[in-house]
Design a protein around this ligand. Structure first.
Ligand SMILES: Nc1nc2c(c(=O)[nH]1)N[C@H]1C(S)=C(S)[C@@H](COP(=O)(O)O)O[C@H]1N2
Ligand SMILES: [Mo]
Length: 393
C-alpha cells in the first residue's frame, strides 16, 4: 500500500470494497532461535511463533522514529483461527445486551460517524517477559512487544449511544472475529461501564493513516489509551453491554496480576491477592546504543524513547553512577500523554573501563521506574530501569 498524506487519508478514508485477504499463510515452521523475517503485511520481524502469530518489532525500529510503522508493528494473537480475510460489504459490528435497541453497524455506518484520533502506545502485558528471573512461561518477548501509532476511529461511547445503554449496565464486553479451538473460551475483554463511556476509548479503523493490517485487527479494533493491549480487541465485531461483572475466563482467570506494589511477588509465589491487569506504568529506553564498546574520553550522544503509561512523560533521567545522581535528558516533541516521547542527552567523556548507564522515566502522576527487578508468575508489567554497559576503550 502506498504511503499517503494523513490529512488526505482522513478526508477520504474508505475501506476497499472487496475485503482483504492475507496471502502466504502457510509458511514453513521455524526451529530454534527467532530470526528476522518477513511475514504477510510485515517485514523484518522477529518471528517468535508462526501460528497463532507472535511477531516482535526488532528494537532498532524504535530508534528510527516515534511512530512505529504498520509493517513493523508487533503482532499477537492467542488462537490459531484468526481472520485471514474480511468481507467488507457483509461485515457488521453488533451491539447488544443491556441496551435499548440492539444494532448492527456496517463499516459505512461507522465511517459516517464523528472521528477522533489519538497517538497511543500499544504494549503487550508480557512485553520484556524474557527478562524475568527465574524464567516464566509464555512468549519470551524482548522489549519489542510494543509500538506507538496514530489511531483514528470513533468513540466507543458514541457507538454505545446509538444502541442506548440501559440503566443497570456495569461493563462492556468486546470480542472479535477470531475463534477458539473446541470448547475453549472466546477471546473477550471487558471494560467497566464508566471507562467504556469515557472520552478516550476508541474503535479504530485506521492506524497511521491507513486501514488496519489484518494482523492488527482489520477492519476495526479497540484502542484503550494508557491500558495494556490485552483490552485492545482486534477484528472487533461484537459489543455486549453487561448487567453483571464479567466472570468469563479472559477477565476472571487470565491476565491477573498481584495487587502488591509493582505487581511484584517473591519468585515462585502463586498464592497472592490478584486483580485483572489494567493501566500501564512508565518506561524509558536507550535506542541508539546497546551494551558494547564505546570510545573513551569522548562525549557519547544517547537518545531514546519513553512513555508514561496512562499519563504523560514528566521527565527522563540518566545515571552513570548506579543511580546515585540522575541527569535530566531533553524531551522531544509532545505527541500527547499516551504517546512515546523522544529524548536525548550527551554524556561527557568517560575514562576507559566499564560504565553502566541507566535510564528512567517519571510520569506526570509522579510515578518513577525503579532499578530493582520484579517477579510474578505470568511475566507481566516489567518496567525495571533499563541499563546498558558501555565498554569505554
Ligand atoms: N481479537 C483479539 N484481539 C486481541 C488479541 C487476540 O488474541 N484476539 N490479543 C490481544 C493482545 S494480548 C495483544 S498484546 C494485542 C496485540 O495487538 P497487535 O497484534 O495489534 O500488536 O492484541 C490484543 N487483542
Ligand atoms: Mo498481550
Amino acid at each position: 500500500m502506498a504511503e499517503i498524506d494523513r490529512r488526505d487519508a482522513l478526508a477520504a478514508l474508505t475501506i476497499g470494497g472487496a475485503g482483504l485477504t492475507l496471502p502466504g499463510w502457510a509458511m514453513p515452521a521455524t526451529a530454534g532461535a527467532p530470526r528476522l523475517a518477513d511475514f504477510p503485511e510485515k517485514r523484518g520481524m522477529l518471528i517468535r511463533r508462526q501460528r497463532a502469530p507472535l511477531l516482535e518489532t526488532p528494537f532498532e525500529v524504535f530508534d528510527q522514529g516515534i511512530i512505529t510503522p504498520n509493517d513493523r508493528f508487533f503482532v499477537r494473537w492467542h488462537y490459531d483461527d484468526i481472520p485471514l480475510s474480511v468481507d467488507v460489504a457483509s461485515f457488521r459490528l453488533r451491539v447488544g445486551g443491556q441496551v435499548k435497541t440492539p444494532i448492527a453497524l456496517s463499516l459505512a455506518d461507522i465511517l459516517k460517524m464523528p472521528r477522533v484520533e489519538v497517538t497511543a502506545v500499544n504494549q503487550c502485558s508480557g512485553n520484556s517477559r524474557s527478562a524475568f528471573a527465574p524464567r516464566v512461561p509464555g512468549a519470551q518477548w524482548a522489549d519489542g512487544a510494543m509500538g506507538n501509532a496514530v489511531w483514528t476511529g470513533v468513540r466507543l461511547k458514541d457507538v454505545l449511544a446509538r444502541a442506548g445503554v440501559k440503566p443497570g449496565a456495569v461493563a462492556v464486553r468486546l470480542s472479535g472475529l477470531d475463534r477458539p479451538p473446541g470448547e475453549a473460551p472466546w477471546y473477550a475483554k471487558s471494560l467497566d461501564i464508566d471507562h467504556a463511556l469515557g472520552d478516550d476509548v476508541m474503535i479504530a479503523f485506521a492506524m497511521n493513516g491507513q486501514q488496519l493490517p489484518l494482523l492488527n485487527g482489520f477492519p476495526l479494533r479497540v484502542v484503550v489509551p494508557g491500558w495494556f493491549s490485552t483490552y485492545w480487541v482486534k477484528a472487533l465485531d461484537r459489543i455486549e453491554v453487561l448487567a453483571a461483572p464479567d466472570t468469563s475466563y479472559w477477565m476472571a482467570k487470565a491476565y491477573q496480576i498481584p495487587t502488591a506494589s509493582r505487581a511484584n511477588v517473591p519468585p515462585g509465589a502463586h498464592d497472592f491477592a490478584k486483580a485483572p491487569i489494567s493501566r500501564m506504568i512508565p518506561r524509558a529506553f536507550i535506542t541508539n546504543r546497546a551494551s558494547g564498546p564505546a570510545p573513551a574520553s569522548r562525549p557519547i550522544a544517547l537518545r531514546g524513547i519513553a512513555f508514561g503509561g496512562d499519563s504523560g512523560v514528566a521527565k527522563v533521567e540518566l545515571s552513570v553512577d548506579n543511580g546515585q545522581r540522575w541527569k535530566a535528558a531533553r524531551l522531544g516533541r509532545d505527541h500527547g500523554q499516551y504517546s512515546f516521547r523522544g529524548w536525548d542527552l550527551t554524556l561527557p567523556g568517560m575514562p576507559r573501563g566499564q560504565h553502566t548507564v541507566m535510564v528512567r522515566a517519571t510520569n506526570t502522576k509522579g510515578e518513577t521506574q525503579r532499578p530493582d527487578a520484579i517477579w510474578n508468575p505470568s511475566g507481566y508489567m516489567l518496567n525495571n530501569v533499563q541499563r546498558i554497559v558501555l565498554d569505554a576503550a
